[in-house]
Design a protein around this ligand. Structure first.
Ligand code: ZN
Length: 239
């Protein structure tokens, strides 16, 4: 973080919070030995600027400073992207065109969020998501409500399939991101309930074969599992 702008006491508090979270996360994922090129640490960069939180391949998480100050930092979600990186390949090292065509963003975002919720809950840490501001028990309802408000087709097309909504990292982001993130999380949690959490963890490790691995393991096309999920959450709109 920039020198001198955060009180020593706050720095220490943030450090112990994040360190506790990272320990809990490694334990939950059964990856106690996780490291990036031999370094077991994750570096959190709190920049005094306005941008979307992100964690590129490697071991650095970027979060706007004000989000930490306000208790609105999805640092556990970003930690998940770091810890869940497949050892077989890295989507964010690919070109934008390849990501847009092939990356199953729904699984990466849905699983990162879902695990962040569970780990924060287990470790007694506060959970914050900019796009999903309800407790875990309210996610399915929030999902149905957002799908009902009109962005369903754009968001749903990319849930359970490859690719990402083209608007997601443009000025149009807020037209589709709220529905896409909550739907991805709701679908992942539905799959976790039906088939257990390890199937999703194994799927994300199967770089460029994530969806297909899931389908082979659960024994049905994701299209069918997706219909079952939408029935479960009571969504009756266009699919
Ligand atoms: Zn994310």
């Amino acid at each position: 973080m920039p020198r001198g702008v955060v009180a020593e006491r706050d720095q220490q508090a943030w450090l112990s919070l994040v360190a506790k979270g990272v320990r809990a996360a490694k334990e939950h994922l059964a990856r106690p030995d996780w490291n990036f090129r031999g370094d077991p640490r994750i570096y959190f960069y709190f920049a005094d600027a306005q941008f979307i939180c992100h964690a590129p391949p490697g071991n650095i998480v970027y979060i706007p400073l004000w989000r930490m100050r306000e208790g609105q930092a999805p640092w556990m979600h970003e930690t998940m992207h770091i810890l869940l990186a497949s050892r077989r390949g890295e989507w964010f090292a690919e070109t934008e065109a390849v990501q847009s065509a092939r990356m199953p963003l729904w699984l990466h975002e849905g699983l990162a969020e879902s695990l962040a919720i569970d780990i924060d809950d287990r470790a007694g840490l506060p959970h914050y998501s900019p796009l999903i501001q309800v407790p875990a028990s309210g996610i399915d309802t929030l999902c149905r409500e957002r799908l009902d408000t009109g962005s369903a087709a754009q968001a749903l097309a990319f849930v359970g399939s490859r690719g990402k909504p083209p608007e997601l990292f443009t000025e149009e982001r807020m037209k589709v991101a709220p529905a896409f993130y909550v739907a991805s999380t709701s679908f992942v949690r539905n799959l976790q309930r039906r088939y257990g959490p390890s199937v999703l963890l194994q799927a994300i490790e199967h770089h460029d074969d994530e969806n297909e691995y899931l389908e082979r393991t659960i024994g049905m096309p994701l299209k069918v599992a997706k219909e079952a999920w939408l029935d479960d959450i009571g969504y009756r709109g266009p699919r």
